[in-house]
Structure formats: C-alpha cells, structure tokens
Design a protein around this ligand. Structure first.
Ligand SMILES: [Zn+2]
Length: 320
C-alpha cells in the first residue's frame, strides 16, 4: 500500500493483521443509496415491496410508511462484487485452486479476502474444516427510504406479447417497483479491519451498481459515502441516521448534514476519547486515488490465508 496514503486519525482503528479475536475497533460508513432506475426490492416469495411504519423523522413522531431495502440483499450483491474485484486484481493465476474456485454461496473457500471479511459458513463435510465458521466483520442493516412508500412505489404491469403477430395480449400481472431517485440512507459497520480491507471494501461499495431482485433488467443504485466514524462502539444506528436524515434540508447538503449528525451522536459515545468523525467526500477522494492493484490484492490474499491457517491451528489445539 502506498505509504503516503494516510487516513489521519482514523488510522488507529485499523488492525495490522486479521486476528482470531475481534477488537473494539469499529468503523461505521454512513451511506446514501439512491435508485437510478426502476428497481425491485422484494423478498423471493412475494412480488410486493417490503414496507415498514416508522416515525416521520427524529423530530416528528407521526407515522410514515417507508420502503425497506433488506440487509441480506445489500450484502449479497456487495460480497459478490467484492470477490470479483479482489480476484480480478490479484490475477487468477496467482491463487491456489480453492481460492480460484471460491463461489457464493455453497462453495466458499474460507481463505480468501471475501470469506474472511464477509464470513463463511462451511457447507462441506468431512474435510476437517466443518466444525468452524468464519464470523463476518462487516455488518449490514435494513435501509429505510427517506421518501414515503406512496411517493416512490409504482405498479408496472407486464403484458403477454404474441411473437407471430407482435400484438400485445391482455395484462398478465404486475410488479411493484421503486421509482428512480428514491433515497435510502444506511450504515455499514466494519469491525477490526485492516487498511487494505477498508480501501477495497469502499472501492467495492462505491462502484457497485446493480441491486434489483431481477438484476438483468432492473436495479441501478448509486452509492454515496456521506461520512465515516471510528470508535470503540457503534456510534449511530441506521434507523437513527435515517430519522435524522428525514429532517428538512438533508438532501440539499447531505455530506455537511451527515457531519453534524455524526457530531451530535458522538456526544453520546461511551468512549469520548476514542471517536473520530470524517467527511465522506474527503474519504471518497482518497479511496479513488489508491489503486486496487495486484500488490494490494495479493497482500489481502496472503493475510486471509494466514488467518485461515491460524484458525486451523487453533481448531487442532482446542481438540487436544
Ligand atoms: Zn473465499
């Protein structure tokens, strides 16, 4: 990693190596996910959006129905993208057979940068590794829309088209879509991450674009980093952030407003001497400048392998 690439006070929340035990080092990323196309976020079983009734804002307790973007959906898309990025940057020829074949969600190798950051539950039996799982160090939460459900949801019907005549038949059904430019503030929490992981993860999130349930046709989402806060604890929850963000004027100046929100919540922190807040636009500029090159990616693979070896060793010792 480029030695001159310094994240200032945030540096103290990075770990040098991935350890067997978590530390208190917590970095929260405050993001705004914005739809840029008609998007379907729904559970597999129904064709309806997930909605939830919440207060209108942190200052207005009246109920408001919001659309929910489930944590599992965000994580699934971003962990796939993360794997693609680090594997491409490392070069497949430089990886071992298991790392090469690592795939979601039933063939996780348990020793690559994706597996050690996002976690890996072993599904394979009888290879001496079935007893342990790798716990994730990145936590997602459900993101709630800033706008009320009725303002951003649209029913779209789809029709049967007869191929011979190209005439359109009667409507067959409908899907419920989120309209473009709907906003979903959210927080992702990283625990005990290395600087490389922080950089690669942000490059992943900020370059990830396709989220819909029917990804071939729908689902452009653009992510903006609004703020970063480091601490010995989680400083703000996604719901708190969402309710603060619904107050007037947020979208006109989201980075400045997020900075004020982080400042407010850092005053509630239990470890006052250990809170660092940073502007999202400044971090984004730095992250853009750091290349995700072969050296960086291979260093991540090496640390992941080392961690995996340590786990195997620990497992053997604990059986004695
Ligand atoms: Zn893997």
């Amino acid at each position: 990693m480029n030695e001159s690439m310094d994240f200032g006070e945030l540096e103290k929340f990075f770990v040098d190596d991935i350890g067997l035990y978590r530390t208190a080092n917590t970095i929260q990323l405050l993001l705004l996910r914005q739809t840029h196309d008609y998007t379907i976020f729904r559970t597999e079983e129904t064709r309806e959006l997930n909605v939830v009734t919440l207060p209108s804002s942190s200052t207005d307790p009246s109920p408001m129905i919001r659309v929910a973007m489930l944590a599992s959906k965000q994580k699934a898309v971003e962990s796939r993208h993360f794997l693609t990025l680090v594997r491409t940057a490392a070069g497949e020829e430089n990886l071992d057979e298991e790392q090469k074949k690592c795939a979601l969600k039933d063939a996780l190798c348990q020793k690559c940068p994706r597996c050690v950051l996002f976690g890996a539950v072993s599904t394979e039996r009888g290879r001496g590794r079935e007893r342990w799982n790798i716990k994730h160090r990145v936590e997602y939460s459900t993101a709630y829309s800033l706008e009320p459900y009725d303002e951003i949801s649209e029913l779209m019907t789809f029709n049967a088209v007869y191929t011979v005549s190209q005439s359109t038949g009667q409507a067959l059904g409908y899907t419920e879509n989120i309209s473009p430019l709907a906003n979903f503030p959210t927080v992702i929490t990283l625990n005990s991450v290395t600087k490389e992981e922080f950089v690669a993860f942000l490059k992943c999130v900020l370059s990830c674009k396709s989220y819909g349930a029917e990804t071939r046709v729908k689902g452009d989402v653009v992510n903006h980093l609004l703020g970063v806060v480091g601490g010995y604890e989680e400083i703000i929850t996604p719901l708190e952030f969402c309710l603060e963000a619904t107050n007037e004027g947020f979208l006109e100046n989201p980075v400045d407003r997020t900075f004020e929100i982080m400042k407010k919540f850092s005053e509630y922190a239990m470890f006052q001497d250990n809170v660092v807040i940073m502007r999202g636009d400044e971090i984004t500029e730095k992250i853009k400048e750091i290349p995700l090159d072969r050296t960086l990616a291979l260093s991540m693979y090496e640390k992941a392998k080392r961690f995996s070896d340590k786990l195997v060793e620990y497992d053997k010792r604990s059986q004695r």
